[in-house]
Design a binder for this molecule. Structure first.
Ligand code: SF4
Length: 502
């Protein structure tokens, strides 16, 4: 249960009225020109009718506008079912073999995928393991990518040293962003529930099952019901002890794990505008923990700057109309929030970190698509640096991608006199950063690094704390920000990072 002090917090207000005021100014359009060519075997090539420039009869939300354009409709409303043209389909080593099997069964052994340049295949889940079935999954992906001449396959052949595999990236959602596959205004589908991560780019991004993915692989289309939109307006200066993880734990604690079911969650406000792309990803990554179909942050200069040099594909952002109808509006004064955790065994089991100060822990895990990005490790390093002491429990570090791993050894941590994260982690007594992958975020095979093979209590920067999620079904997982995770590692108890961050 959420603590009563949080549940009654005055900083989180909700209303049930559709709002009709332009609370944000549309950011300037990207200067790049949009490709209007549609590549899909089921539809004749024709010009799209972007809802941003066509005759719009009623106002639409950002998500509705993306899906209107992708379905070649001038307008649409929540609840409608439409065929949507997909811009990118991602799959990985867990769901890829199943997706490929369905594609071949339904389209034929010799069928060709709808577009070899729009399918992205990323081995990331069960990689550094001797489990033969897990290894076989990656082999299936490799054979298929060679057969289909897939343009974007981030392969790993030598498991003994990830660094000799230059194509290998790591966790799919962060790799998608770093490799320029996340673009404003587009539709990105993936066979993974946290595909919603890419909503940080003002993109419609959601997870689909293997059956849908097999169909998309053959046609480039998917049938989607248009979700209504919940709008979250976050204003106020972000205190220096909070991270985006605290914001999304606050929201999920408020609306519960079913509060966003088949809804779009749109994040706006001055706080959101101040967030980096990695922090926006953390926010959108966990909307599925509230049951949402997708999450979106309107694209702005921060987005365009991040994308600079990452993609040569033209894109066109869209924005919610001023009079768009939202199912519900929530306002949060971020300046009044405190560091949070989600207690076992649900992401909505919210509590203040300081309310759990007597909870003894056995380990800390910093990693995953939610909490294993460069800035997440920078945040943890900041806490270790402020403390100057050593961790009291084993502290596992699993960078999301190869790029993040390299950043840990190359980038100086601000205020450290030039030290890197890896140096600070070593001085603090943490484990050496592991090979990039999903690691123990979802348990994985028995020999997975950091897996909870016994009933331990863990503070983790991951996104789910269901029984058995990180291995042992009696393990207890406290979801937290990298600040809170690092502070907890230093004390061996769930700890409010304000004890170390001044
Ligand atoms: S890091 Fe965890 S949540 Fe993210 S894709 Fe991998 S298993 Fe899923």
């Amino acid at each position: 249960m959420a603590s009563s002090s949080v549940a009654s917090s005055p900083v989180f207000l909700s209303g049930t009225h559709p709002i009709a005021s332009p609370l944000i100014s549309p950011a300037p359009r990207c200067r790049k020109e949009v490709s209007r060519k549609i590549l899909a075997v089921m539809a004749p090539a024709q010009s799209r009718s972007p809802s941003t420039t066509g005759s719009v009869k009623h106002a639409m939300t950002l998500t509705e506008k993306i899906l209107a354009r992708a379905s070649e409709r001038p307008q649409l409303s929540p609840g409608e079912n439409v065929w949507v043209n997909v811009d990118v389909l991602m799959t990985h080593d867990i769901c890829g073999p199943g997706t490929i099997g369905i594609f071949k069964k339904e389209f034929g052994e010799n069928a060709k995928v709808w577009d070899r340049e729009k399918i992205v295949i990323i081995p990331d889940h069960y990689i550094f393991t001797s489990d033969e079935r897990a290894n076989r999954n990656v082999d299936i992906l490799r054979d298929f990518c060679m057969e289909q001449n897939i343009e974007y396959f981030y392969d790993i052949k030598d498991l003994s040293n990830f660094r000799v595999n230059p194509d290998y990236k790591g966790v799919c959602h962060i790799a998608l962003a770093q490799e320029g596959h996340c673009r404003p205004g587009e539709v990105l589908l993936g066979t993974d529930s946290h595909t919603c991560n890419a909503g940080a780019f003002g993109q419609f991004a959601t997870g689909i099952g293997n059956t849908d993915a097999g169909f998309v692989m053959g046609t480039g289309k998917v049938l989607l019901k248009i979700p209504p939109t919940l709008r979250f307006i976050l204003d106020g200066e972000m205190p220096n002890f909070l991270l985006a993880k605290d914001l999304i734990l606050q929201i999920i604690g408020e609306i519960t794990v079913s509060g966003g079911t088949y809804r779009s969650m749109e994040f706006v406000g001055s706080t959101i505008e101040s967030l980096t792309m990695e922090e926006r990803m953390t926010l959108c990554n966990m909307v599925v923990e509230a049951g949402a179909k997708n999450g979106v942050v309107p694209a702005d200069l921060t987005t365009f700057n991040y994308l600079e040099g990452k993609t040569s594909v033209n894109y066109e952002p869209v924005y919610s109309d001023g009079h768009a109808k939202f199912l519900q509006e929530y306002r949060i004064d971020v300046s009044k929030l405190e560091p949070l955790v989600a207690k076992p065994h649900s992401p909505d089991n919210r509590a203040l970190a300081r309310e759990c100060k007597d909870v003894k822990i056995d380990r800390v895990y910093i990693g995953s698509c939610t909490g294993g990005k460069t800035e997440d490790f920078m945040a943890a390093a900041k806490v270790f640096l402020s403390s100057g002491t050593k961790v009291k429990v084993p502290t596992f570090l699993v960078p999301a991608t190869q790029k993040v791993w390299m950043d840990l050894y190359a980038l100086p941590v601000p205020g450290s006199g030039g030290k890197t994260c890896s140096q600070i982690f070593e001085e603090a007594g943490c484990d050496v950063p592991a090979s990039p992958s999903c690691g123990a975020c979802l348990g994985g095979p028995q020999d997975t690094y950091g897996r909870m093979n016994e009933a331990k209590v863990c503070v983790s920067t991951t996104n789910r704390n269901f029984p058995g999620r990180m291995g042992h079904k009696e393990g207890q997982i406290y979801l937290a920000s990298p600040y809170t995770a690092a502070a907890s590692a230093l004390t061996g108890l769930v700890t409010d990072p304000r004890d170390f961050l001044r």
